[in-house]
Write a protein that binds this ligand. Structure first.
Ligand code: PLP
Length: 221
């Protein structure tokens, strides 16, 4: 497994408008540094503690993305440095992110996670829940967050038709949300696609792919 070569290969297949998040969860800093030395600057982690530890030891020009499920009481451990939170799936969490961002006098970019898969295990909101949040007065008052797009995870299946339908659905929800943007929104990102399905995701309109095992190799656990 050669991280630099994997990275180079994947990048060569991505259109220019698609951002690559290198998903480095569970991997040692030495692996991340290999990717860093090959030019990668955006890393995705799914545990706040692990991300904070890597942030401490690694170069400061890295953009750290939280791609996992976020517990409200842990937002404070990443609010000083996180550059994008992908998994915002409820309003209380968004309000907590706003509150913690304010303490650091910064604006934290967030993606709203939409449940597009039929599996119960995937987190996320429905289109109606998201629209309700974005149309509320309380939402318009939040000044230290910026909603920059949506994130979704497709069903884990070999059936490409199912995955394609779910990706198309996320794209259409994104288009709908564009019509109800507030000042604290700048909808431009559709985060969808992982190692197994990122090419299909891009064909369906993804602008940000989260790729882990195809870069760093498979994970234990
Ligand atoms: C782990 C993870 C990924 C990357 O998965 P791979 O299949 O290893 O590319 C992408 N998105 C989320 C939310 C993840 O938790």
């Amino acid at each position: 497994m050669n991280i630099q070569e994997n990275l180079k290969h994947i990048k060569s297949t991505l259109p220019e408008h698609v951002t690559l998040v290198a998903v480095s969860k569970t991997k040692p800093v030495s692996d991340l540094m290999e990717a860093y030395n090959a030019g990668q600057r955006i890393f995705g982690e799914n545990k706040i503690q692990e991300m904070a530890e890597k942030y401490e030891t690694m170069p400061k020009d890295i953009e750290w993305h939280m791609i996992g499920h976020v517990q409200r009481n842990k937002v404070k451990y990443m609010s000083a440095f996180v550059s994008l939170i992908h998994g915002v799936d409820n309003f209380k969490l968004l309000k907590e992110i706003d509150k913690q961002a304010k303490k650091h006098d910064r604006i934290i970019n967030c993606l709203l996670q939409i449940k597009i898969a039929s599996e119960d295990s995937k987190f996320g909101m429905s289109q109606n829940e998201v629209a309700e949040i974005m149309e509320s007065h309380d939402f318009s008052e939040l000044k230290n967050i910026c909603i920059t797009g949506v994130m979704g995870m497709a069903t884990f299946t070999e059936d490409n038709a199912v995955v394609k339908k779910e990706f198309n659905n996320l794209k259409s929800i994104f288009n709908h949300l564009k019509s109800i943007q507030h000042k604290n929104c700048n909808l431009k990102t559709i985060s969808m696609g992982m190692s197994g399905d990122y090419q299909l995701a891009i064909a369906c309109g993804s602008t940000m792919v989260r790729v882990g095992s195809s870069i760093f190799g498979s994970r234990q656990q």
